[in-house]
Write a protein that binds this ligand. Structure first.
Ligand code: F6P
Length: 568
């Protein structure tokens, strides 16, 4: 295939490549001493403050990155996304998760049809259903209120809703509205996850929401059948209608599974799994837990960023700036990873969610036209809330590998604590670290400084911090439903910007298919060997040996002729 059209062939890319040498000569200590530069690298929008002055970049770098954005037709690609073009070309789909949070009455077309009324039809149905469950107008088969919800789903049908739920849990308004209710997530096909979910739960007071875009995902469907069995074993098969509902794009399979299509909440193939938290995938379980009004604020926060992303000039556009910086760090400075470090325990599930949003989207080796990429794309995301991360992997990011860091801080804690007599409040203590760590990474500590402190000479190199390690700081005014929506959309669009510049398709995920099909082959073999003692065939030596050991050593553990549920 001809290798034309790759962004690395543009002058803008080559210019940035040449620029790397200049930047490598400059230490962040010097860059940070230029207050004018730093001021130009702070952007505010809708209560958020982004400070990217600790990036190994000058104003000139940004001019060059803007030229790269132009060369990659970034503006045009953003517009194509918002106008419902089928930019996910390998699946022939448009990419319209922005429509999921568009205000009622706005117009976003897919194939010439405004999809916003359909979105709001489902949102209204969710509001109605969640109101009925929360007010006990919809009760279980034995007449008891449904106070526990198990959301059964995996990947994008799990991680986004889990992130938002975890973030809302300690928000005072949301917590009050969730009083007496519990939301659980069943994702892993590991039966231990089933055991953890149902232990201590009464089927009479439990509502299961099966969440699957395709309604074919092996893990989710087995877990759904398991919970269906758990409900019908306790309450009879007729109870399933009262205790199970579904979220899917595949309403035919929902009905086949035995869930009344009236109790199914639709979404559309223009919503990618990892971009689906604002569809019924997230909105239904979260509304059941917190009420629709709270979730609506979350959607409004995301929508505010959508409009900003679509219309703000690039030099003030948060997702664009973040996306361009990621491209700079990965493809030019050669830093393949990124640490996501929220100084908020409520954001503990942000990194796991962004791992999927980013790595499933941009973990690609070919361009959107199928041309192998001669440059690195995609980035390795990981993270933990500060300060926990500081006592775990920060050693490596201070003195080992260079890993650009996202520091995320919150001005007002969801749960303020102050002890009389303490120097600072507990949140100030947390935030002291948020403010200190980026400078420690940027400035480091020189041997000269250590000598002045009379550090023994044998420890000088051990105690030296090279510094010059890039980070950015994002300060949120608070962490309510609205802010959580803003944060989500910033990361979603940042990933899209990266993909648009790299010239890849950020909206397909062919890389997950091979493992799934090999598992199908193993599943068949396990069944045939257990049921009919058939020999292991068609596997390499290694897999055959492991399978033999597994089958032999587990012969007596499970008989396949009767149902077994966890006994914790
Ligand atoms: O892991 C692959 C994947 O297709 C993800 O993209 C998706 O989020 C997840 O599986 C779950 O898919 P579904 O919602 O169809 O069950």
């Amino acid at each position: 295939m001809a290798s034309s059209g790759l962004v690395c062939e543009t002058d803008a890319w080559k210019d940035l490549k040449a620029h790397v040498e200049d930047i490598k000569k400059t230490h962040l200590r010097e860059l940070m001493s230029d207050a004018k530069r730093c001021q130009s690298m702070m952007v505010e929008f809708d209560g958020l403050l982004l400070d990217y002055s600790r990036q190994c970049a000058t104003v000139d770098t940004f001019n060059k990155l803007n030229k790269l954005a132009e060369a990659a037709h970034l503006k045009e690609k953003i517009n194509l996304m918002f106008s419902g073009e089928r930019i996910n070309s390998t699946e022939n789909r448009s990419v319209l998760h922005v429509a999921l949070r568009a205000p009622r009455g706005s117009v976003i077309n897919s194939d010439g049809k405004n999809v916003v009324p359909d979105v709001w039809q489902v949102l209204d149905k969710i509001k109605d259903f969640s109101d009925r469950v929360r007010s006990d107008a919809w009760v279980g088969a034995t007449g008891k209120p449904l106070t526990n919800v198990i959301a059964i789903g995996i990947g994008g049908s799990f991680l986004g809703p889990l992130f938002v739920h975890t973030a809302l849990q300690t928000d005072p308004e949301a917590a009050q509205l969730a009083s007496g209710r519990k939301l659980h997530f069943l994702a892993n096909v590991d039966p231990i996850d089933v055991a953890r979910n149902i232990t201590g739960l009464n089927p009479e007071t439990t509502l299961a929401v099966v969440v699957s875009k395709t309604f074919t995902t092996a893990e989710t469907m087995l877990n759904a059948r398991t919970i269906r069995e758990w409900i019908s074993a306790a309450l009879g098969p007729e109870a399933v209608a009262k205790h199970m509902v579904a979220v899917s794009t595949n309403l035919t399979l929902v009905e086949k599974f035995g869930i009344d299509p009236n109790n199914a909440f639709a979404f559309w193939d223009w919503v990618g799994g990892r971009y689906s938290v604002c569809s019924a995938v997230g909105v239904l379980p979260l509304s059941l837990q917190y009420g629709f009004a709270v979730v609506e604020k979350f959607l409004q926060g995301a929508s505010s960023i959508d409009q900003h992303f679509h219309s703000a000039p690039f030099e003030k556009n948060l997702p664009v700036l973040l996306g361009l910086l990621s491209v700079w760090n990965v493809s030019f400075l050669g830093y393949p990873a990124r640490a996501i470090l929220p100084y908020s325990q409520a954001l503990e599930k942000l990194a796991p969610h962004i791992q999927q949003v980013s790595m499933e989207s941009n973990g690609k080796g070919v361009s959107i036209d199928g041309v192998p990429l001669p440059y690195e794309a995609g980035e390795i995301d990981f993270g933990e809330p500060g300060t926990n991360g500081q006592h775990s992997f920060y050693q490596l990011i201070h003195q080992g590998r260079v890993i650009p860091c996202d520091f995320i801080g919150v001005v007002k804690s969801q749960q303020p604590v102050y002890l009389k007599g303490e120097l600072v409040s507990n949140h100030d203590e947390l935030m002291s670290n948020f403010f200190a760590q980026p400078d420690a990474l940027a400035y480091g500590k020189t041997p000269e400084q250590l000598l002045k402190e009379n550090v023994p000479s044998n420890l000088i190199t051990h105690k030296t911090f090279s510094g010059n390690r890039p980070s950015l700081s994002l300060l949120l005014p608070s962490l309510n439903a609205y802010n959580i929506g803003q944060l989500l959309a910033i990361y979603e669009h940042r990933v899209a910007v990266e993909g648009f510049v790299w010239g890849i398709n950020s909206f397909d995920q062919w890389g997950v298919e091979l493992g799934k099909s090999l598992a199908t082959q193993v599943r068949k073999q396990l069944h045939a060997s257990r049921k009919n003692s058939e020999p292991i065939e068609g596997f390499n030596f290694s897999t055959a040996t492991l399978l033999t050991r597994y089958l032999e050593a587990s012969k007596d553990i499970l008989k396949e002729d009767s149902t077994v549920l966890p006994k914790l």
